[in-house]
Each structure stands twice: as structure tokens, then as C-alpha cells.
Design a protein around this ligand. Structure first.
Ligand SMILES: Nc1ncnc2c1ncn2[C@@H]1O[C@H](COP(=O)(O)OP(=O)(O)OP(=O)(O)O)[C@@H](O)[C@H]1O
Length: 252
């Protein structure tokens, strides 16, 4: 595979990717093409392969075959998770990993220090640009008034937003978000859709979610996965009218 042959148009180019676990095909010739600046929603029933797809993109799982190219030149199948994160792919897992005894601000400070580690984060004095960057993110994730409060006291939704803020600190080109609305109130769910739309003004976003109200609020192109491959793609209305999609969701 020569990445130079990959179409210039895509930030993320996944083609013909297969992954087997003990002979079971979790991904079966999966293709996903995402343009720079796009927001893509991924839906699909349990076991469709959504998590495995994210694992392949982020280097957690190696595909048996297929092409995974980032930013037109980088073959992601050749890199480990840490390298891929540094290349500009941020992944938000379902479960928040904020450090609860620390304040909201300290968590963002720690994310900023990144590889320098906790000791460096706690001893390093932020410069004006770094302060401004954190303040900007606090505004975006609507946690400015929680700045000096312990993260452990935040609501579930607020913890998820903080985690997204921590990812944004490292300025990812591509943000992968796994079921952000799970466990959220309706209001938090809608606020999360707004947040992702705001983030999408400057970054490419791929979001996996089951909540259809959330997907509708994103108002973006949807890819439906089933049995490790793409079943349908288009607007939410289009895919919801697709008979194969209806059958899969009704379990026929
Ligand atoms: N490490 C593994 N070993 C064996 N089987 C696995 C492994 N990881 C995933 N699978 C199987 O691969 C299939 C796809 O799983 P995956 O978690 O990617 O689906 P999903 O679409 O994310 O599902 P969900 O919506 O339930 O999270 C499932 O049948 C799952 O049981």
C-alpha cells in the first residue's frame, strides 16, 4: 500500500478493513471516508463493530487487512496508540477519566502538561497563552463557573464535557467520541450535541452514539454499521427510511 495513492480529499481513509477475533469477523471489509472539517455520526446495533472500528483507528487493534490512512500520508496500522494520539487523533472514551480530587482547572492544567507528567503540571507556571487557552476551553465546555471546584462534584454530563475539554487542549485534528450521551439527562444530551457542533467548526469529529435524538440534533451525515461493514450512509432521515436498516434495528 502506498499512501501517496490515497485520494487527497480525506482526513481519515479507512478502506477494506477486516478484523477477526477467533474466526469471528468483528469488521468485514469496512470502509469509512471522512473529509477534513466533516462531522460523521456512526450508528449500528450492538456488536456492529463500532468500538472495534475506533480501536483500529487509534492503534489499539491491528486490522488483519485493509488500509487506514490519516491526513493522506500516515499509515495508522504502523503506529502504536501513543504515537497516533500525538499525530492529532483524540479519543474520548465512554467512561470519564477525570481526576476527581483535582479541580476542573487542575485537570485541564494536567492535560496541558501532557507528557511532562503530574509533577511538571503542578510545578510548571502557566504562561499567558496557556492561561488563555484553558479559559477559552472552560467557556466552550461551559465550566467557567466551576473552574475552582472539585471535578468529583460535577454532574455526569459536566465530567464528560471536562474530558472533552482535556482532549481539546492537545488540539487534535480528528476527535473520536464514543457514546457521549450515554447516561446524560435530555438537557445534557442536547448541550453535548451543541458542544460537538461548536468543536466541529474547527475540527473533524467522528461520533458513535445510540441516542437518536442526539444524532438528530447533530444534523449531520450518518453511517450505519452492521456485522462489521457499512449498511447505509446519508442523512438520518434517509437511513431511517432504508428497509435494510429498519430490518436490522427491528432484529429481522
Ligand atoms: N477482543 C475481542 N475478542 C473477541 N470478540 C470481540 C472482541 N472485541 C469485540 N468482539 C466482538 O466483535 C463484535 C463487534 O464488537 P464491537 O464492540 O466493535 O461492537 P459495537 O458496535 O461497538 O457494539 P456496542 O454497540 O454493543 O458497543 C461483537 O460481536 C463483539 O462481541
Amino acid at each position: 500500500m502506498n499512501p501517496k495513492h490515497i485520494a487527497q480529499d480525506y482526513l481519515l481513509y479507512v478502506d477494506g478493513v477486516s478484523v477477526s477475533f477467533d474466526g469471528f469477523k468483528a469488521l468485514n471489509s469496512l470502509s469509512l471516508l471522512v473529509k477534513p472539517g466533516e462531522m460523521r455520526a456512526i450508528i449500528g446495533p450492538n456488536g456492529a463493530g463500532k468500538t472495534t472500528m475506533m480501536d483500529v483507528i487509534t492503534g489499539k487493534t491491528r486490522p488483519d487487512s485493509g488500509t487506514v490512512v490519516f491526513n493522506q500520508t500516515v499509515d495508522l496500522t504502523k503506529h502504536d496508540e501513543a504515537t497516533i494520539a500525538n499525530l492529532g487523533i483524540g479519543r474520548k472514551f465512554q467512561k470519564p477519566t477525570v481526576i476527581e480530587p483535582l479541580t476542573v482547572f487542575e485537570n485541564l492544567e494536567l492535560a496541558l502538561a501532557g507528557k511532562r507528567g503530574v509533577f511538571a503540571a503542578l510545578t510548571h507556571r502557566l504562561n499567558a497563552d496557556e492561561q488563555a487557552r484553558i479559559d477559552e476551553i472552560l467557556e466552550l465546555i461551559r465550566l467557567t463557573d466551576q473552574r475552582d471546584n472539585q471535578s468529583g462534584a460535577l454532574s455526569h454530563g459536566q465530567k464528560q464535557w471536562l474530558e472533552i475539554g482535556m482532549l481539546l487542549i492537545s488540539e487534535p485534528k480528528l476527535l473520536l467520541v464514543d457514546e457521549p450521551a450515554a447516561g446524560m439527562t435530555d438537557e445534557e444530551t442536547m448541550r453535548t450535541a451543541e458542544l460537538l457542533k461548536e468543536i466541529n467548526k474547527t475540527r473533524t469529529v467522528v461520533v458513535v452514539e445510540h441516542d437518536m435524538d442526539f444524532i438528530r440534533a447533530l444534523n449531520t451525515k450518518v453511517t450505519v454499521l452492521h456485522e462489521g461493514r457499512v449498511l447505509a450512509e446519508g442523512s438520518l432521515d434517509t437511513v431511517q427510511q432504508n428497509q435494510q436498516v429498519i430490518d436490522v434495528y427491528l432484529g429481522r
